[in-house]
Design a protein around this ligand. Structure first.
Ligand code: ASP
Length: 344
């Protein structure tokens, strides 16, 4: 007889688990026991589902690195017992948490599927049930005894994405996420169609290794026409700063002002890592393609290629937490560690 499939559900909160406060009308988390009452289907799946709530359930704007660490540790502690893991999480920062987990869970060979909802579970037209039930199915999907999607993913509406390629794109539509620079891993209709050539499979025999050290001493410097020297310097002079994500224009371009070049060069010489990430959703940074990015190369700025902001932020936090040598961090920044970017 085949062994029954088992999934561990980790509830962190988000709209999926909220209801309207009768006095203020604002959405706030409901208690966990009531949440499961809305989903009798869970018991009928034939899949053994165990849930762990992170009480109190929280809006994902309040999720921070200790929550990432807790998720990674619980997955590691229960790794052998379950076929896959589903994380219920608010959509606002889901792409950050899911990206962080993709770096923290090294040699992952089981699915970790993040999902949530745009409408609370108790509402008539809620997308919660479909998202959750399909995520559970994907988390247990196997072929020849191997997980079909052994990656950290986000499933939303009808699409499965690699987590570290996703961005929340819409605050209202059920289709809330997109992966602009990498194709979906699966589409769910009557059947779930997996696009195996895009899925990453680990080398067999490698053991899960969890790394949860995080360094939060990073900042984002988003360029805009007219940005002042004062603003740039204020960011680059933040005490204990270790890295900056420079959100540039187009293919990685920035103003050619001397003061701007000098400020970046002085910061990289002080050991601050500066990584160039385009403000465009689609496409890659190509430093040196235009004159306006040549200066950045000379100032010691590195490329984030086609990484999302969510992936490059969490990758930097993870690398700076795990590695003390700047050369180690730089080397890992320049390669794709778990499919988060395409190096050109
Ligand atoms: N504010 C909510 C959250 O991120 C939105 C959602 O879940 O869709 O927790």
């Amino acid at each position: 007889m085949e062994k029954e499939s088992a999934v561990l559900l980790l509830f962190t909160g988000g709209t999926i688990s909220m209801s309207e406060d009768p006095t203020t009308g604002a959405l706030r988390p409901i208690d966990f026991d009531r949440l499961l009452d809305y989903m009798p289907e869970l018991k009928q799946t034939g899949i053994r589902v165990k849930s762990i709530p992170f009480l109190p359930l929280i809006d994902s704007s309040d999720v921070n690195p200790p929550v990432w660490e807790k998720l990674a540790n619980i997955i590691a502690e229960n790794y052998e017992e379950y076929d896959g893991f589903v994380v219920l999480h608010g959509t606002d920062t889901m792409a950050y948490t899911a990206s962080a987990l993709s770096f923290m869970l090294e040699n992952l060979s089981k699915p970790v599927i993040f999902t949530g909802a745009q409408l609370p579970i108790g509402m008539m037209r809620s997308d919660a049930k479909e998202n959750l039930m399909t995520s559970i199915e994907i988390a247990t999907a196997k072929e020849n005894g191997q997980a079909i999607v052994p990656e950290v993913c986000i499933f939303f509406e009808d699409t499965l994405f690699r987590a570290n390629r996703t961005t929340k794109k819409n605050a209202e539509h059920f289709s809330a996420f997109n992966s602009y620079n990498y194709p979906p891993l699966a589409k769910a209709g009557v059947h779930i169609k997996y696009f195996r050539s895009y899925i990453h499979y680990p080398h067999s025999g490698t053991k899960l290794r969890v790394r949860t050290k995080i360094d939060q001493n990073i900042a984002i410097l988003k360029l805009f026409p007219g940005i002042t020297e004062h603003t740039v310097n204020a960011i680059l002079q933040i005490p204990n700063l270790k890295a900056v994500v420079l959100e540039s224009f187009g293919a990685g371009n920035a103003p050619r002002r001397i003061w701007f070049y000098d400020a970046l060069k002085e910061a990289t010489e002080r050991g601050i890592l500066i990584v160039n990430k385009t403000q465009c959703s689609t496409g890659s940074v190509e430093m040196g393609r235009y004159e306006t990015s040549l200066n950045l190369v000379n100032a010691g700025v590195m490329s984030a290629y086609d990484c999302t902001t969510e992936a490059i932020i969490t990758k930097l936090m993870y690398l700076l937490g795990e590695y003390t040598s700047v050369d180690d961090v730089k080397h890992r920044l320049s390669v794709s560690m778990c499919g988060e970017m395409t190096v050109i």
